[in-house]
Design a protein around this ligand. Structure first.
Ligand code: ADP
Ligand code: MG
Length: 249
């Protein structure tokens, strides 16, 4: 399997924008590795650098020092091997669901794969909505389109930044179930930022608990529970409490 990620001594300092401001050290000496096909969540206080770390894995941001390797190769820029699902809506409002998902193929001159678009629409559960425009979709459905759009490039690693953060509890739990089904089917590495500890325990093989800025990984909490996981099982609640206590809530 592919999609092994390793971080060596990642530090990120955002330089001061002007004389009035100080430089911001967002990340400090992050060392960790993620096995191919694992599901890892990053949890931590707001402003602790979770998005920054995810963007560094994606190649959207450069670390000040240190490096990220994906399958032994140093990350220097974004590529199709690294899918990204952003927190906010990033669909093109003037394109249909089908065309939003097909766009990546068209830009990459892969029209011969257009016959696969419908498979991806099915994978994320959007059959019947091919011709709909983003403004006619619920927030959850828009995130389904974003997931399909990322997956159609066949990434080895899917990076998700609080993708379900704006969704109601019922929709969120449905999306979590569906994401796990997709993860199992695709067998790719997923790294998700979430502020929802229950979501992290439900989804992850391992949870990286970050400290406030400058962030380090304070603790890695493994989740050895069989899937599908039951949120009200005593073992589930115990891990949730362990994570919360590491985060000091
Ligand atoms: N482009 C940027 N320029 C300056 N500071 C930034 C930039 N991006 C993030 N930061 C700062 O780095 C810290 C971590 O941000 P972020 O990674 O977004 O945290 P999180 O996702 O954990 O809430 C914050 O203090 C934030 O203000
Ligand atoms: Mg963030």
């Amino acid at each position: 399997m592919v999609g092994a990620i390793s971080f060596t001594n990642i530090q990120k300092i955002f330089p001061a924008q002007d004389d009035q401001q100080a430089a911001v050290e967002a990340l400090s000496h992050i060392n960790a590795s993620i096995e191919p096909g694992q599901f890892v969540s990053l949890v931590g206080p707001s402003g602790s650098g979770k998005t920054t770390l995810l963007r560094i894995i994606a190649g959207l941001e450069k670390p000040t020092t240190g490096e990220v390797l994906i399958d032994q190769e140093r990350v220097t820029q974004p590529s199709r091997k690294k899918g990204f699902v952003f927190q906010e809506a990033t669909l093109y409002p003037w394109l249909t669901v089908y065309d939003n998902i097909a766009l990546g193929l068209r830009l990459n001159k892969e029209e011969k794969r257009l016959n696969e678009v419908n498979d991806y629409i099915k994978l994320v559960g959007l059959e019947g909505f091919e011709k709909a425009f983003p403004h006619n979709l619920s927030g959850g459905m828009q995130q389904r389109v974003n997931i399909a759009r990322a997956l159609i490039n066949k990434p080895d690693v899917l990076l998700l930044d609080e993708p379900f953060g704006a969704l109601d509890a019922f929709t969120r739990s449905k999306m979590q179930n569906d994401l796990i089904a997709i993860w199992k089917e695709r067998q790719i590495t997923m790294v998700m930022v979430t502020h929802d500890v229950e979501e992290a325990v439900f989804l992850s093989d391992r949870i990286f608990a970050m400290t406030p800025r400058p962030a380090i990984i304070k603790e890695v909490i493994p989740v050895h529970l069989e899937r599908p996981r039951l949120r009200d099982a005593p073992e589930f609640i115990a891990i949730k409490e362990q994570v919360l206590s590491v985060l000091n809530f």
